[in-house]
Ligand binder design. Structure first.
Ligand SMILES: C[S@@+](CC[C@H](N)C(=O)[O-])C[C@H]1O[C@@H](n2cnc3c(N)ncnc32)[C@H](O)[C@@H]1O
Ligand code: SF4
Ligand code: SF4
Length: 338
């Protein structure tokens, strides 16, 4: 994070500016069936509505509605490169002087795509490539349908084009012994002077016990509280134009597993508004957004900034029924998920 960004985030906590960053859902289609992906549950946003892909008109309307945006993050339960308009979207953003970041499974990227992105000097802030193992057989077992060699050659193309890359590794029991290998492999600087940051992600388990999948849910782990700035700085917009405060609030009645126990995420009333039907300012400064921000601030100093797995589990079991009660126990806020 740059100094300017970190200053903006600090200021945003005290004064709600219009957003400079926005998460935009880019597609609901995918070519893989990764184990653990939210797509594996029917409640995934991937199965909502008729729309499948973001197109340039939809993106244009979003950017018109939020003229302060300088960085777009393409997001969703799908593969961005599956969107047939993808390179048009990249070029549109470039023409408007807005930077882009996105996460890809790396299996559909062609040399011609990378050449096109490289042509738009600095338009791509970063490309995150999902890589769950450095062992081809393990990788292909965790990401059925993907070819390890193909993903590694995508990374090589990106690095050669000097497009900043990051690696997202979802930590599960099958790959927990590879953390050091990832650090060694990606901190190595190649002949172009390029290396990649690695983001080790705690997975969210929506369709099976986390005790069976996650390596670090043992009672000895101490959840550590971190500040959530999404409602203050960074909205999420779906293909339909619905606005949510964060990706946790987008899924419908999703269940989350924590220490072998499923809890319902009470999120059927988290839609903040619709950017195609309302003025975005009215949504961003609405009573509902204000109530959420108040709730986040109110629960900022509940006590210790660390708790035990047991206490967090108890808090999750006894959720109050006011609208944003979930924020108090959100796994993101407690450092237990991405
Ligand atoms: C849902 S994918 C969408 C982008 C693209 N299809 C991909 O795989 O990179 C976004 C990120 O979520 C990660 N992911 C998958 N399952 C997850 C889970 N259960 N919890 C947290 N992150 C997960 C993926 O590894 C990927 O880096
Ligand atoms: S490629 Fe991405 S969206 Fe598709 S199944 Fe895998 S994690 Fe999910
Ligand atoms: S605390 Fe969690 S659920 Fe609440 S806004 Fe932040 S990320 Fe979303």
């Amino acid at each position: 994070m740059s100094i300017a960004e970190s200053l903006f985030k600090k200021a945003a906590w005290y004064h709600t500016f219009m957003p400079r960053i926005v998460d935009v859902e880019v597609t609901r289609a995918c070519n893989l069936k990764c184990i653990g992906c939210p797509r594996a549950t029917e409640q995934s946003i991937a199965y909502r509505g008729e729309l499948k892909h973001l197109d340039p008109t939809m993106l244009g309307r979003i950017l018109e509605a939020i003229p302060t945006v300088r960085l777009v993050n393409f997001i969703g339960d799908g593969e961005p490169l599956f969107n047939p308009h993808f390179n048009y979207l990249v070029s549109d953003l470039h023409l408007k002087g807005i930077k882009l970041m996105f996460t890809t499974n790396g299996t559909l990227v062609k040399q011609s795509d990378v050449d096109c992105w490289a042509m738009y000097d600095n338009a791509i802030r970063s490309v995150t490539v999902s890589l769950d193992s450095l062992r081809p057989d393990k990788f292909e077992q965790l990401r059925p349908g993907a070819s390890y060699q193909r993903v590694m050659s995508t990374l090589a193309m990106l690095r050669e084009a000097r497009i900043p890359t990051r690696i997202n590794m979802v930590l599960v029991k099958e790959n927990e012994n590879e953390i050091e290998d990832f650090i060694n492999y990606f901190s190595h600087t190649d002949s172009e002077g390029t290396s990649s940051d690695v983001n080790f992600t705690h997975p969210i388990f929506a369709q099976g016990s986390d005790l069976e999948g996650k390596p670090y849910t043992r009672a000895s782990v101490t959840p550590a509280f971190r500040r959530c700035l999404y409602p203050f700085a960074w909205p999420y917009i779906t293909l339909e134009g619905d606005v949510y405060a964060c990706c946790y609030m987008v899924g419908g009645n999703r269940q989350e597993w924590f220490m072998g126990e499923a809890i319902d995420v009470p999120n059927d009333n988290y839609r903040m508004g619709n950017i195609y039907q309302q003025d975005f300012r009215d949504i961003w400064y609405s009573m509902m957004y204000r109530a959420l921000r108040w709730q986040i601030k109110r629960t900022e100093h509940l006590g210790d900034r660390q708790t035990s797995i047991g206490t967090l589990g108890d808090m999750r079991r006894h959720l109050d029924d006011y609208r944003f009660a979930y924020c108090t126990v959100c796994l993101y806020r407690w450092g237990c998920s991405c």
